[in-house]
Write a protein that binds this ligand. Structure first.
Ligand code: SF4
Length: 429
């Protein structure tokens, strides 16, 4: 039987889908090119925002009409569990039970409804999971779960508490991948900076980066997502010490007002956040810092919002993910806070920030004009041009061909926009 996994949401879901595919292929199931060719369609879901949840729920309806066996994994499976059976789903599998996915598929083939959940994380041996969605890049989850309990966030409930993988296993996985052609890796965690803390043996993200940079054939190392009070300046020192570690730090701030940060349970003040950015920039002067911001959190006044505006103007993030607040069932904010900022106010504030950030991007990108940058080629874009990223996570587009994918090239920038940069290939390295 053929299966197809449709992935929504974050990069950790991307990695979980690769793991699920590995376990299914081990049991003889065949991976289909698309959902139409598949007998079984598995949705790896996200419920961080209402929009994401609505999207996968509507896909379930469409798949039912096509008479497919339907499985649900990811955060949506954890949140909705057996309720999904009422929508026609055949099996649900928890975020901590991915290795048991063949069992769920087998039961559903026999006509039974299967729901498999574990509280304890399953022991996945990633060292043999060498088939990834990309030939040259691999997502690598190094820490599961989150202990932070931001009041708006569902993740600690769907993914459980923080649990780090052993450093020697991760390094072995990277070595095996590098022998298989992988040149770029991204270390993942909901709070990646907390990596190692639960192991109580001195393991840390900084140490892992230090060891990884010595692995032959690995040319670029990324990590996502940072949390301000867990980010150690040793990580910044590691970035500064090697041209292999990307100078890109995704450090969500979420808001510019201390009142709202407290209500979000973010555990830092805006002054501490500014101080951290200043220290990072002292150690890595050309660090590219990106962030996430929520607009319209409960009790956000115009004055609170203006503090976010001030922050965006002053920090000048290289990239900003903006989201309008929507209460997620089961979170503290959903239980105790009134969603009291009118929708029209939320959308006005969002539009203002989007425009502001566009201006910031345009201005920052102009400094790239006529510069030559080192790019690792990713793939062909819909426009027909190829694209890749430089070490600061800038997306750069150029004329090319398939043979360049995975290679390092030098590109001279000839045009900048608020989005991608455009250039000509000078050299293939
Ligand atoms: S740090 Fe906060 S927002 Fe991020 S995953 Fe943990 S609880 Fe959610």
């Amino acid at each position: 039987m053929k299966f197809f996994i449709k992935t929504y949401g974050c990069q950790m879901n991307e990695n979980d889908s690769e793991v699920a595919r590995y376990y299914l292929e081990q049991e003889g199931y065949e991976s289909a090119e698309n959902e139409n060719e598949a007998d079984i369609v598995i949705l790896n879901t996200c419920v961080v925002r209402k929009k994401a949840e609505d999207k996968f729920l509507s896909t379930i309806g469409e798949l039912r009409k096509k008479n497919k066996k339907i499985g649900v994994m990811g955060c949506g499976a954890e949140k909705l569990k057996e309720d999904l059976f009422k929508r026609g789903v055949n099996f649900v599998i928890g975020t901590r039970a991915i290795s048991r996915i063949p069992e769920a598929v087998e039961l559903s083939i026999k006509g039974k409804k299967a729901a498999i959940f574990d509280d304890k994380l399953d022991e996945i041996d990633y060292r043999n999971i060498l088939k990834r969605n990309s030939k040259h890049h691999a997502w690598i989850t190094i820490i599961y779960g989150c202990n932070r309990f931001c009041t708006y966030c569902i993740v600690p409930y769907t993914r459980g508490r923080e649990k780090s993988r052993k450093m020697e296993d991760i390094l072995q996985e990277v070595k095996n991948l590098s022998l298989n052609g992988v040149r770029e890796i991204t270390y993942l965690g909901q709070n990646v900076d907390a990596y190692g803390k639960d192991l109580n043996d001195g393991t840390s993200l900084a140490k892992l980066l230090n060891e990884t940079k010595n692995i032959e054939n690995i040319e670029r190392i990324w990590f996502l997502t940072s949390y301000p009070t867990d980010f150690s300046l040793d990580i910044a020192r590691e970035i500064a010490s090697s041209e292999k570690i990307a100078k890109s730090i995704h450090l969500p701030v979420q808001h510019g007002s201390n009142k709202i940060l407290k209500k979000m349970n973010r555990r830092y003040t805006i002054e501490e956040y500014y101080e951290l950015i200043k220290s990072i920039r002292e150690i890595v002067p050309d660090a590219s810092i990106s962030s996430d911001i929520i607009v319209g959190f409960p009790d956000e006044t115009e004055d609170d919002f203006q503090q976010t505006v001030k922050l965006v103007k002053e920090i000048k993030f290289e990239r900003l993910n903006l989201a309008i607040y929507s209460p997620r069932e089961g979170t503290i904010a959903w239980k105790y806070f009134e969603d009291n900022v009118p929708h029209a106010v939320k959308t006005r504030r969002m539009a203002y920030l989007l425009n502001l950030q566009k201006e910031v991007n345009k201005m920052l990108n102009e400094s790239y004009l006529d510069k030559t940058v080192e790019v690792i080629v990713e793939e062909r874009a819909k426009s027909g041009l190829f694209y890749g990223r430089d070490i600061r996570n800038k997306i750069i587009a150029f004329e090319g061909d398939e043979s360049l994918i995975g290679k390092k090239i030098l590109v001279k920038i000839k045009k900048t926009t608020a989005g991608p940069l455009y250039g000509d290939i000078i050299k293939i390295i």
